[in-house]
Design a protein around this ligand. Structure first.
Ligand SMILES: [Fe+2]
Length: 216
């Protein structure tokens, strides 16, 4: 925990919401993680899946500095407009995922386009955007060095890279992103993904050759 200038400690809260993911004509039941980084006064929300009410409840009246989207697959952005309206917070997405965003929200754009290495400040700490294409062209991870944590969306899970079998995905590119950006972080860095349990960079990095051999 890190003491901030306002005196209340920065913390990371997690909730899980349930719904569906649809792409390429298929629909699957999924559970998604939502990560909330902040203190008693303000927070940043990472991803907006399925249930705006549950996310608003977890925010609990705090000022939301930004809603950061790890990518624009529909399970991660389904309720982002509802959430943005409810807590009056701007939405941020890498522009390379706009073709996915437009399938969910054809008539409205994200408020801001994320650029690689953008910095977002919350509760006296800094979150850095790492553009990590592969699962989707605009996939972005968010690194919080003060806590030794990286939020990886669907780029890196406990057990390996995110899926690359559907449209707009690329296995070679996701491997490059994981190797060159995520595995450059300290090995003790905790990985909080978009689905499932957490892991660390040091627990995942020894398995790169296995993932290359299996090709997914
Ligand atoms: Fe995804």
């Amino acid at each position: 925990m890190t003491e901030t200038t306002s005196g209340s400690a920065l913390r990371i809260e997690h909730l899980e919401t349930a719904g569906t993911f649809s792409l390429d004509g298929g629909t699957w039941d999924v559970q998604n993680n939502v990560w909330i980084v902040g203190n008693d006064d303000e927070c940043i929300v990472i991803d907006a899946p399925h249930d705006a009410g549950a996310i608003v409840e977890a925010i609990n009246g705090r000022n939301v500095v930004a809603i950061l989207l790890t990518h624009a697959h529909d399970d991660h952005i389904r309720v982002v407009q509802e959430l943005s309206d409810a807590v009056r917070a701007p939405t941020h997405l890498h522009s390379s995922d706009l073709m996915l965003w437009e399938r969910v929200f054809p008539s409205i754009d994200p408020n801001h386009e994320i650029q690689d290495r953008d910095i977002f400040e919350v509760a006296g700490q800094r979150i850095k955007a790492l553009h990590t294409p592969g699962h989707s062209p605009g996939s972005t991870c968010f690194y919080l060095p003060s806590e030794g944590v990286v939020f990886t969306g669907d780029t890196l899970f406990n057990g390996g890279p995110g899926a690359t079998g559907r449209s707009f995905s690329d296995f070679e590119v996701i491997i490059e992103s994981i190797r060159d950006r995520l595995f450059e972080l300290p090995p003790e860095t905790v990985v909080h993904p978009g689905h499932g349990g957490s892991t660390t960079i040091g627990d995942e990095s020894p398995h790169l050759d296995e993932w290359l051999a299996r090709g997914e």
